[in-house]
Ligand binder design. Structure first.
Ligand code: ATP
Ligand code: MG
Length: 210
């Protein structure tokens, strides 16, 4: 009966995709809040190899973004970092990643995908949005800069248009972005308390964003 109950138990896993250049407390706070509210077994952070929306932009080497994600998550036993996208030399499309993970985890896993409000509002520009919204549940967290009536409307539209399952969740608003952190480093401003201390030291030690 032990084996039986084990195989019957649905594992709940959330994926958090991003460029993570660098990972910051905004990412970590939303992941932890969602983990607790949804009683998730784990959250897998997946740094993009080649982010589709940032092909024209300068992105740090994936080895650095992966290392920072590892450093930032070591203190949380429920957080993992996956190399699935950075080991693939193709552009990192979420649809491909979710399909691969579904192969790995099979039926007894419920998969969620975590985004911020900006990402969910932009999701129609993602590859194969129709299929993507069908094969995975989405949880969208509030993000400063995006007003809630606008986001609510957008999510309602997506739910109707694609019969998508998109949950909305309120997190303590942290107006932190990787863009702002990179700018601060470039202009010698402090990034203390915006990122974990280990990430702060990693950035300086490796001369990132100079
Ligand atoms: P950049 O400024 O380089 O775009 P970012 O801070 O937006 O970086 P990403 O790696 O692009 O970080 O984001 C990964 C995911 O995390 C996205 O779904 C994004 O919406 C979400 N996210 C990032 N920062 C926050 C935040 N402060 N609050 C809520 N969601 C966030
Ligand atoms: Mg972003």
């Amino acid at each position: 009966s032990e084996i039986y109950s084990k195989s019957e138990k649905m594992e709940k896993i959330a994926i958090m995709g991003g460029t993570f250049d660098p990972i910051h407390h905004g990412h970590l706070v939303i992941a932890e809040q969602i983990r607790c509210e949804y009683s998730l077994d784990k959250v897998i952070f997946i740094p993009a190899g080649i982010p589709p929306h940032k092909t024209g932009l300068q992105v740090s080497d994936s080895k650095h973004r992966y290392a920072m994600a590892l450093l930032a998550t070591v203190t949380n036993p429920y957080f993992e970092v996956s190399k699935i996208e950075i080991e693939d030399e193709n552009i990192s499309y979420t649809i491909h990643t979710i399909k691969k993970l579904k192969q790995i985890y099979k039926e007894n896993t419920e998969l969620f995908f975590i985004t911020g409000a900006d990402a969910i509002c932009d999701i129609e520009s993602w590859k194969d949005v129709d299929e993507l919204l069908h094969i995975c549940r989405f949880i969208a967290a509030t993000r400063p800069g995006l007003e809630s009536p606008f986001v609510d409307e957008k999510i309602k539209d997506l739910q109707k248009k694609y019969q998508a399952e998109i949950h909305q969740i309120d997190v303590p608003a942290l107006a932190i972005s990787s863009t702002d952190i990179r700018r601060r480093v470039t202009s010698n401003q402090s990034i203390k308390y915006l990122v974990p201390e280990s990430v702060e030291y990693y950035i300086y030690k490796n001369g990132l964003y100079r």
